[in-house]
Design a protein around this ligand. Structure first.
Ligand code: NAD
Ligand code: ZN
Length: 353
């Protein structure tokens, strides 16, 4: 059975495209209605905030992404919006993967009863979301085009995966990524590079994923190993294509291990993937070699010795969470993966992080 998957219907791309956001939202506005702008608070008081196309009753909701999105936070934000209006005309997420995922989750929870915890999983969402728009300000995660909103709940880190999760509109304006700190730019960019490597070296690979993955990888090489004036534009497209590639295949060992790391230590996605990828020479030899060249070229270093001094119980949890990601391992190592990635081997990899 092939998956018949939904994609984002409307995309606008280009430098300064943000100036068209007001026009894009106009037909979605109803008399007396309002828009909710879920904006990374890093932009509070900054130029971008003053450029938001806010109208009369609109709600500006600055969000804190110090921690990656939690179900509890999504429920609080949803309650705030509900206290303000019965139903907004739209939700616009402005920021990196965290802010975009928060916007997706809020737009879903406005139309689905209960707590977001109840919807962590696959296709548990019953009602279509409120119209929602992504405006990425950081490139790499592919969250702008994926069908998931990754959330950490009390029991698991698992996304709200559904066709309703997909944005209705994506606005790609490479100018918006200008202020990203260098390390963050690199870590989140590497998330994209790793999506490509894992997709292209996986057993789930097919012509669809290969087409997007190869183009995305080519763009990553241009961005991280060459000099180009429009490298921000290229990275934004790499992120989009990388997301399309894994949408029809899967990620692999690096993401599986990074979930374990992040579950126990709260390590953020981009940097967590870099830390993990750096010990995967045996699985992705060429990918890791080039990754190290990129790191050296941009003089980026990684946090080290994260797992030193961790309790046995924490190490066990890390291994368990990671090895629980069956499709990722199967994509990476094939049906026989459990005989190849044993708990002892996973543990040894974690001990080197
Ligand atoms: P992020 O959104 O967590 O942001 C990282 C940092 O960069 C924050 O401090 C933020 O304020 C700052 N920032 C963002 N844009 C900026 C700008 N233009 N100028 C200055 N600072 C800026 O980082 P991310 O790596 O984009 O996203 C990670 C999150 O995405 C994780 O929660 C991860 O689980 C999620 N994710 C989701 C998907 C998906 O398909 N939904 C895929 C991969 C990752
Ligand atoms: Zn990723």
């Amino acid at each position: 059975m092939y998956r018949n998957f939904k994609i984002v219907p409307n995309i606008i791309f280009g430098r300064g495209a943000f100036n068209q956001l007001g026009e894009i939202l106009k037909p979605k506005r109803t008399p007396g209605g309002c828009m909710v702008f879920v904006m990374d608070e890093v932009f509070s008081g900054k130029e971008l905030e003053s450029r938001l196309p806010l109208e009369g009753g609109d709600l500006l909701l600055p969000v804190c992404v110090r921690d990656e999105p939690k179900t509890k936070y999504v429920d609080e934000l949803t309650a705030k919006v509900k206290a303000y209006t019965t139903q907004p005309d739209g939700v616009i997420g402005i920021g990196g993967g965290s802010s975009m995922d928060l916007a997706k989750a809020v737009s879903l929870m406005l139309t689905n009863p209960g707590s977001s915890v109840e919807y962590q999983g696959w296709d548990l969402i019953r009602n279509p979301a409120v119209y929602h728009v992504a405006v990425p300000t950081l490139s790499g995660t592919g969250a702008e085009i994926s069908r998931t909103a990754v959330l950490t709940g009390p029991e698991k880190k698992l996304g709200l995966n559904s066709d309703y999760t997909l944005f209705d509109q994506v606005l790609l304006d490479p100018e918006l990524t200008a202020g990203v700190p260098k390390d963050q730019w690199f870590y989140t960019g590497m998330d994209c590079y790793i999506h490509d490597i894992e997709s292209l070296n996986g057993t789930y690979l097919n012509a669809f994923s290969k087409a997007y993955g190869e183009k995305s990888l080519e763009l990553c090489h241009q961005v991280f190993l060459e000099e180009h004036e429009d490298s921000a534009d290229r990275l934004m497209m790499a992120s989009y294509f990388g997301g399309m590639s894994i949408a029809y295949s899967q990620v692999g060992a690096c993401h599986a291990l990074s979930y374990g790391l992040s579950f126990v230590l709260g390590t953020h996605h981009g940097v967590g993937c870099c830390i993990t990828f750096d010990v995967l020479d045996e699985i992705y030899p060429e990918g890791v070699k080039v990754f190290r060249e990129m790191m050296a070229r941009h003089k980026v270093s990684l946090p080290r010795n994260l797992t030193q001094g961790l309790s046995e119980a924490d190490m066990d949890t890390m291994v368990k969470v990671s090895l629980g990601m069956t499709p990722l391992w199967e994509n990476c190592l094939g049906k026989d993966w459990q005989n190849i990635m044993t708990p002892a081997r996973a543990r040894e990899l974690f001990s080197r992080m």
